[in-house]
Structure formats: C-alpha cells, structure tokens
Design a protein around this ligand. Structure first.
Ligand code: GLA
Length: 737
C-alpha cells in the first residue's frame, strides 16, 4: 500500500512486514524517514510528526541530511546518486555571478507525485512472456525538478508487498534545448539505520564463483563491482547487511538488495563517521558517460531491495520467491519444472561428430534425460577455440547432413534439442571478421587484445546487433531448437565503440534486445545464461532466461561452496548443476557418484559425463538417481530453502527445501571435510508443521524414519553422525497424516 499524508507531506510504503517512509521537507526536498521491519498487525501509518533530519550545516560534515536522491552540488561532500553538468547559464544571470561553464550543480525539489500500476524499470524484458504471478503492482513516481536548470528526475518505487521488496529506479528528462551531460548515475541510494555494518557478499573468479564473504564495513567506502559488459565472476551484484552479531541464518533484521542489470555495475557501501550507512547501486562510475540531448529521457534499470526479520535465510527466501514469481519468464509449452539436461561438452569437447552425438543422445534418453544440448564446435571453422566465432552456420565438416539427422534422432528419443552459441563474440579467423574487421570493440590505431582468441563485437552498431539477431533467427527458423545456451567468454578491454562511452549500456541493451526479440518470436524457446560458467547471473538476465550455468567447476565439493553462495540470492530452480566424471576434469579429484548426484540434485539437475565411457551398471545407477530426482524436483525447484548447516561454519552443508504448505520437503546433507574422531550432531529441521507426522524416505522410496514435525524440528534426522568427508545423502520427507 502507498499512502501520502498531504499535511505533513509524508509517504508511507507499507509492505507485508516492513515499512519505507520519506517526507517532503519545508524546502521541498525529498528526505528519507525510515526503512525497516514493522509490527505485523494492521496498516498503522507514520504521521510525519517525528522529523529525523540532521542539520544541513555542521561545519565539517555537510549533507548528513538523508536525501532520497543525493546530487552532486549543493552541500554534498559524500558519494552522490547523480552528477550532471549543464552547458547553459541561468537567465537572467545575477550581476554578481561569473559566467563560467559548465555548471556542475544539481538541486532537485519536489513537484508532484502519482501512483500507477503499469510502470516498468529501464531494460525491463520486452519479450511479452508472462511471469508466474501477474497481479498488477503499485508504483509510486515522485517527480523532482531543478529550479534553475531544465532537468527533471522521477524517483520510482514499485512495491511487491508479499516479499517486502521495493524495486527502485530513476527516470531523467532534459526539458531544455541543450544537451545535459550525466557523469554519474546510480539507480538508487538506500539509507540504512546507523550501525548496519555487517556485509555479506560474494567474490569469485572463473571456476570459483560465489565465494561467500562476511566483513565489517569500515568508516569510509567499501565497493563491490565489476567493470565489463557482463555481470562478472569477481563479484555478484547483491548484498545482505545487518548489525554485527544481531542477525544469523534464521534470526534478526537483514537488509538485502540486488541490481537487475548485466553490465558494468557498482554497489558502494558508505559509512559516515558516527552517522549513517548508505548503499549506492547502479551504473559503474568508471568510464561512465550519458548525454541527455534536448527533450531526451533516460530510465535506469532497477535496484531491487528489501528487509526482513528472519535472518539471512529469510532474505534469501524472499529473493528466491520474488525471482520465481515476478522475474523469470514462463515460456509456452515448456515443462513447469526445469528438465533434466544432458550437455556433451565434457564428453566430446571439440571432437564432435554426428555419430558420437547420436550415441550420446541414445544413452542420455535411456537414463531419463529430457533435453539434449550440443555445445561448442558445431559451426563455421570452429574445430578448436582459435576460429569460427561469428559464423553461425552449421559446419559441413562436422555435420555433412546438417543438424537435421541429430535433431530428428533427439526428438524421436523423446528429448528436446538445445544448441550452444556465443553471439557477442568473433574470432579474427572467421568470415564475419574478414568481412567486417571494424565491427569489434577497439580504439583506432591501437592493438586489439584477444582473450581466448576472440574479440567482442561492437553492439553500439545497430547493424551488428541486427546481423547477430538474423543469424540466430535463421537457426531457430530452420531447426527445431527448444533451448539455447548463450555463452560469453571474455571480459571487455579496449572498449572503443562508435557510440563512445555509451557502449557500456548499449552492449547490455543489445544482448537483452536480441533475446527479447527471439523469445517473442519463438515463445516456446528457453535459454541458459552462461559466461565462462557463472559470469552473467543477475536479476536483469533472469528476466529473459530460464536458468544459468553456475560454474565451469563441476567438482562436487567445490560446487557445494559455490552453490551455497549462489543460494544467498538466487533460487535453485535456475541453478543448472551437472553430474560429471568420477575424476573431475577441472580439479582432478575423485568423487563417488552419490556425492556428485547429491550436490547436483540441489539445483536443476543436468548430466555432463561421457555416457559413452560408462558401463551398463553405471548407466543404471545414473538412471536410478534421475528417476529419484524427478520425484523430488518440484520441491527442489519450487520450495523454500533453509540452510541448516553452512560450510562457512560447519565444514558440512545441510539444506532443507520445504513446500510452502509444509507438506513435503527434501533434506540434503554433504560433509565437506570431516575431522576423524569427531561426531557430527543431528541438525534440527525447520519449516515443517509441528503437529504433522512425516515419513522420511531414502532414494529407493524406503521409509527410514517416521516422526512428527516437532521431533524433526527439535532433534533432526539420525544417520549422518560419523560421516566421513564426501559423505552425502538426499532424503524425501512426506506428510502422512
Ligand atoms: C565456456 C562454458 C562451457 C563450454 C565452453 C565451450 O567455458 O562455460 O560450459 O560451453 O565455453 O567453449
């Protein structure tokens, strides 16, 4: 609910269990009042009587005032949401003013507000596919304007009360005749209560994505960021914040946020000396530049944020439900649950033949796979990574009869067919590059640095975006392709583009635009976002994809840690997880099949092992696990996640995923490193109905235990006490009374 009190000019945004309030002050400035949990009963309002505005003019500490939008100029000396410069002088110019330009000062004052139900942030998906929950949502749009310069800025707040989530974005408009240069632009600045200084975020690298880190914010600034045209491996654009020692996995007030954007981004956490904590999130200020020409508008993507009183777990569950219900597209005729995928990359790498793919497909179908994906190497001159990117036509050297025979066989076996592409890239050894060497990011007269032998296409050029769209469109028109693995295997360097600094946003808009057009034209199509593993995972790309490739690292024990960090923000439904070889190709470590399955079954299960190298007995084991996963996947992919034991503290990971009505659950434990001579304690469960009776079944559907929800939530499930390293189990819990 959005409420405005016209006397005190106070806004109350009331969500399920939290409130966000702000007020227009006596100088028409929009000032933050409060954000936090609220008592659950009723819709009590803050009247605006209590005005928490610190003074404007402490001598060394300007702008302690919590403006909802902090602008460069006025009295600001701290980080700002928006910096702009104007090329025109006010008319008339006071006699005492020197006419120096540009004017780098923005002051925004309240003009009006409205509540609308159909507002969308910048770069919202344009494919037209619905989301699971289509209930309209209210957006508060507050219009501010500079009293002297021709700039208006609307602050937009879209409410999803059930998950205590607000999506926030800015809409800028140049109402004058001369261009305005925007030099810094976050999507929003958040003001948190003093002392909210314990930050949980993830850092990473290729094959080590989503490593959880927890730290105390310093006084000053701490920045997490990525500077490229994709989201990046080094960090991921989300955070959890709480008072140190006052929140834990299932308890305490936790603030959380995430950016719905896949480009160069920054989240900047600022603690002022002795005062408040601010979070600025949006476009990375590094090399940022946006020219608003006369009459032009710009809408930023959304900064998604919320607060809850149920610890880090409560924050994660809100983000998961929000993503499942409000962000992920629902494709036509696709399975309601993510299908079991087979991907042949680790089986055949660049050694693809029609025959070996058909053999793999037959074995995959026999063990229960539903979607067969052909990976890199099927097109142009792409026999190795040195050539072919950009030439998206089937290679006659590999598939002399085209892809039809393989696809026909895959379909005959009852599976859907998927194809790997890397549309933003080009190898210099390709027909595309030979025809258009000027179509890549580069600075004239400078060398072009290749990474993985490839360069990035300049998506600042409309003709490049059109060429790539047409190439993918022809493939989809010609072949029965149900799934695309959209890869992106290098970071941007030498970002020279025909559109200058605007390339940082233009690239993202180009990628989103192609996907949106393809999905609109092929509404049954599903897409996986991949970038050298988990380099493009965020709430922006999830609005137009169905799942993500979590990491190229498929080592089960490394994966548990990666998946734990992933689960802080993103739901299991989108987390593609393969079972690969006994001796892992990335780490060289050996893991039992059970451990590999128990870890992969925590997400959307896929198989990446070389099935041609397995004997009948092993294939039977695969089939048995897949059949088990099919029985529990609606719980794994749609339930509420409880992290009962985190690797961070226990050297074991135990999770429980519970259907929202408490009727069924999946329990999964993996011991990462066990110290000999120590006993593991039983882990109490959560989220069940205390008075209900449950059966605990193993993967063979054998009942191992019957107990009440109360007993399971107070005591736990026996059987994992002396688990050695690598011990793992997945159990299905079912209400029986
Ligand atoms: C990236 C992906 C892999 C695979 C290769 C193919 O590394 O993450 O899964 O598709 O590219 O070149």
């Amino acid at each position: 609910m959005i409420h405005f009190n016209p006397e005190s000019r106070t806004f109350n945004l009331i969500l399920q269990s939290s409130v966000y309030a702000m007020q227009v002050d006596n100088k028409d400035r929009l000032v933050h009042v409060v954000w936090g949990p609220r008592p659950a009963d009723g819709n009590e309002l803050l009247s605006g009587r209590i005005r928490p505005f610190p003074s404007d003019h402490a001598s060394f500490e300007f702008q302690t005032r919590r403006d909802e939008l902090l602008t460069f100029g006025d009295t600001s000396v701290h980080e700002v949401t928006l910096k702009a410069s104007f090329a025109t002088l006010p008319d008339p110019l006071p006699d005492s003013d020197a006419p120096h330009l540009p004017i780098r000062d923005v002051r925004l004052r309240y003009i009006s507000h409205e509540v609308v139900t159909d507002a969308e942030p910048g770069l919202a998906p344009a494919h037209g596919l619905p989301t699971v929950n289509r209930e309209p949502r209210e957006t508060l749009r507050i219009k501010l304007a500079d009293p002297v310069q021709p700039l208006t800025v609307s602050l937009c707040y879209r409410l999803t009360p059930a998950q205590d989530i607000i999506e926030r974005w800015l809409e800028l408009e140049n109402t004058g005749e001369t261009p305005i240069e925007i030099e810094q632009l976050f999507f929003a600045t958040l003001h948190l209560p003093n002392g909210t200084t314990e930050l949980t975020s993830v850092s990473g690298a290729w094959a080590q994505e989503f490593q959880t880190q927890r730290e105390r914010l310093p006084v000053g600034r701490r920045v997490i960021e990525h500077r490229s045209v994709q989201t990046g491996h080094l960090a991921n654009p989300f955070f959890l914040l709480n008072r140190p020692g006052q929140a834990w996995e299932e308890h305490g007030t936790v603030y959380f946020g995430a950016l719905a954007y896949s480009g160069s981004w920054q989240l900047s956490f600022e603690q002022l000396p002795g005062t408040d904590v601010r979070v600025h999130g949006g476009y990375h200020p590094f090399d940022f530049g946006l020219t608003l020409t006369a009459g032009a508008r710009h809408k930023t993507p959304a900064f998604v944020y919320g607060v809850c009183d149920e610890g880090w777990g409560g924050a994660s569950r809100r983000l998961h439900t929000f993503t499942r219900e409000r962000i992920l597209p629902v494709p036509q005729n696709a399975l309601a649950e993510r299908p079991i995928l087979y991907n042949s990359w680790e089986a055949t790498y660049f050694g693809i033949t029609e025959q070996n793919q058909i053999e793999l497909a037959r074995k995959a179908a026999a063990i229960g796979v539903e979607l067969f994906c052909l990976d890199d190497g099927w097109f142009g001159g792409r026999r190795f990574e040195v050539a072919g990117l950009g030439d998206w036509t089937v290679s006659p050297d590999v598939f002399p009869n085209g892809l039809e025979p393989l696809i026909a066989e895959v379909n005959r076996l009852g599976m859907a067919f998927g194809l790997w592409v890397e549309p933003e890239m080009v190898n210099p050894d390709s027909d595309l590059y030979r025809a258009h060497p000027d179509w890549v990011l580069h600075f004239p007269g400078r060398p072009r640095t290749e990474a993985r032998c490839q360069l990035i296409l300049d998506f600042g050029r409309a003709e490049v975006v059109e060429t790539i769209f047409n190439a993918l469109d022809s493939l989809l028109a010609q072949y029965n392709i149900a799934f695309i693995k959209w890869d992106m295997n290098r970071s941007a360097s030498e970002p020279g583009s025909v559109v200058g600094k605007a390339i940082w946003q233009a690239h993202v808009a180009g990628v989103y635009g192609i996907i949106d057009r393809l999905r609109a034209k092929y509404p049954h199509l599903t897409i996986e976002s991949c970038s050298g593993g988990g380099g493009r995972i965020d709430l922006g790309i999830l609005g137009r994809t169905d799942q993500v490739w979590t990491s190229d690292n498929t080592d089960a024990l490394d994966r548990v840690r990666i998946q734990e960090g992933f689960s802080l923000a993103y739901p299991a439904r989108v987390m593609e997880a393969w079972v690969t070889h006994e001796k892992n190709h990335q780490t060289g470590r050996f893991h039992e099949l059970g451990t590999r399955f128990d870890v992969a079954m925590r997400g959307a299960l896929g198989i990446g092992a070389s099935l041609n190298a397995l004997d009948e007995a092993e294939l039977k084991e695969y089939a048995a696990y897949i059949a088990f996963y099919k029985r529990i996947r609606y719980i794994v992919q749609g339930g509420d996640l409880y992290r009962l034991e985190r690797l961070e503290e226990a050297e074991a990971s135990t999770i429980l995923v519970v259907l929202p009505d408490g009727s069924e659950a999946v329990y999964s434990t993996v011991v990462h490193s066990h110290k000999l001579g120590q006993f593991r304690r039983l882990v109490p469960l959560r989220g069940l109905i205390p008075s209900a009776t449950y059966e605990v079944l193993d993967r063979f559907e054998k009942v191992r235990l019957t107990a009440t929800g109360y007993e399971l939530m107070v005591q736990g499930i026996p059987g994992d006490e002396d688990g050695r390293s690598g011990h793992s189990r997945t159990l299905h819990i079912k209400r029986v009374d």
